[in-house]
Design a protein around this ligand. Structure first.
Ligand SMILES: [Fe+2]
Length: 472
């Protein structure tokens, strides 16, 4: 039985469209395109997200759903669609059992199997490394390699097999060296590990990073020479953790700390830079500027807002999912150890995309989702930022239409950083249909260059990637 067909769905907006799960895997070829598909758009746009397969045991949190990747591949002037589950080890255990074995974030976890408090769904992020997509999980899990063309789950990449460490959702790929940079965090020591995997898939560096206790970092940043790790004042309540429960508090009396580490150095070499208290889900980009590191990020000072009683028993989840992040600039001075920071804009934006080929180096442009002022987490448009001036342009998807994390794909022979295409899945909450829109990165407020109609709804979800044709 699908979770969407049970009584629980009626009370939980994250089990109903446009969020609720769709039935099973799917494939469709030669999709209908309105407008003209650019001939130089060649590759796969893929997005990960939760798609609960079995009826939940107890209350369902949006983050609990099994990973499903929706992908549209562009080649030879046509577009094909595919959706497949991410077959993590825990997903396969539930397949064998034919039912849910793990309870989710909103329930006690002590009866969950395999000593794993939560089901590792690999439902959060996708990165392209060593010719594969890697599906990653926000609590730190075992990466699942996917064939970028068929989306078939190939198990963990060799470097992550039988390892003591896990990998958080936001591992990064350096476009210059092809290295994968990652961190691991959890409720048991060591509180953080940091590692590097070579372009060819060999683990070349692994080190522990000392923290004052268990922390909940979500993202990291990198430049050509440095990685930036985070110790933010949102963390477990120690007494609850000792009793096997996860309760999270925000401590605005503590600073945010950013640890700068040369890419291949031991964790003991890390230098911490203090900043105003906040939480950061996602970094836009970072780069070196003389003796300083510049970092742009989506920053919130209200990561755990007060629940609204009108939201009923799910009020805490509903409140925590109302992201109120704004673009913020940091500068870490490597000579003085000082941080300077300033807001860039007051629009509520998140889930940033840049030209991945420029990650870790100076960038001028970024495309973020505009977070709608709705009870659930919906993205009603995309905001293109000029990071030098802070100016922005907004592309709205239209009434009742909500998007996904975008990707930017440079045009063939591009002559400017923003000369290319911006892609987003868009789901229409009014009629339960979905499409991919292809926008002009420069003429950003114009109507889409084309709209690719999909055969069924793509539930609103998490992170996306672009796998160029040479990968797929
Ligand atoms: Fe994320």
């Amino acid at each position: 039985m699908s979770a969407a067909t049970t009584g629980a769905a009626a009370a939980n907006p994250y089990l109903r469209p446009p969020f609720g799960p769709v039935q099973g895997e799917a494939e469709a070829r030669d999709l209908r395109v309105i407008g003209e598909l650019p001939r130089d758009l060649r590759g796969v746009y893929a997005r990960n997200g939760p798609n609960a397969r079995f009826q939940a045991t107890g209350a369902y949190h949006w983050f609990d759903g099994d990973g499903m990747v929706h992908a549209v591949s562009f080649r030879d002037g046509r577009a094909d669609y595919r959706a497949r589950y991410v077959q993590s080890d825990h997903f396969r255990a539930e397949t064998e059992a034919g039912r849910a074995l793990w309870t989710g974030l909103l329930e006690p976890v002590h009866t969950n199997p395999r000593g794993a408090p939560y089901k590792d769904t690999a439902n959060t992020d996708l990165v392209v490394h060593d010719g594969r997509m890697l599906a990653l999980w926000y609590i730190s899990g075992v990466p699942v390699a996917l064939d970028p063309d068929t989306l078939e789950s190939l198990g963990p990449p060799g470097w992550a097999r039988d390892q003591p460490f896990r990998v958080s959702a936001h591992a990064k790929v350096c476009p210059g060296t092809g290295e994968l940079l990652f961190f691991d965090y959890g409720p048991r020591p060591p509180w953080m590990r940091y590692g590097v995997v070579s372009r060819g898939g060999r683990l070349t560096h692994l080190t522990e990073v000392a923290l004052p206790g268990p922390r909940l970092p979500h993202d990291m940043a990198f430049t050509e020479r440095y990685s930036v790790l985070m110790d933010l004042p949102v963390f477990h309540r120690a007494d609850a953790l000792a009793a096997g429960r996860w309760l999270i508090d925000y401590h605005p009396d503590l600073p945010a700390r950013f640890g700068v580490l040369p890419r291949h150095s031991a964790g003991s070499e890390i230098r911490w830079f203090e900043a105003e208290p906040c939480y950061i889900y996602h970094v836009v980009n970072a780069w070196e500027d003389g003796d300083a590191i510049e970092m742009l990020a989506c920053r919130t000072t209200s990561p755990l807002p007060a629940p609204d009683p009108a939201d009923g028993p799910l009020a805490r989840m509903m409140a925590n999912l109302r992201l109120k992040a704004r673009l913020h600039r940091y500068r870490f001075d490597l000579r003085t150890g000082q941080t300077t920071e300033a807001p860039v804009d007051d629009l509520v934006t998140e889930f940033p995309a840049i030209d991945q080929g420029r990650a870790g180096r100076p960038t001028r442009h970024a495309w973020l989702v505009s977070v709608a002022d709705t009870p659930t987490l919906c993205f009603d448009g995309l905001v293109k930022y000029d990071l030098e001036t802070g100016r922005s342009l907004t592309h709205r998807f239209g009434e009742g239409r909500f998007g996904s994390e975008a990707v930017f794909v440079p045009r063939e022979g591009a002559r400017a950083e923003d000369d290319g295409y911006v892609l987003s899945f868009v789901t229409d909450a009014r009629d339960d249909t979905s499409a991919v829109v292809v926008l002009d990165g420069q003429d950003f407020e114009a109507p889409p260059l084309c709209t690719v109609e999909l055969p069924r709804r793509v539930p609103l979800g998490f992170h996306a990637c672009w796998a160029p044709a040479e990968t797929a």
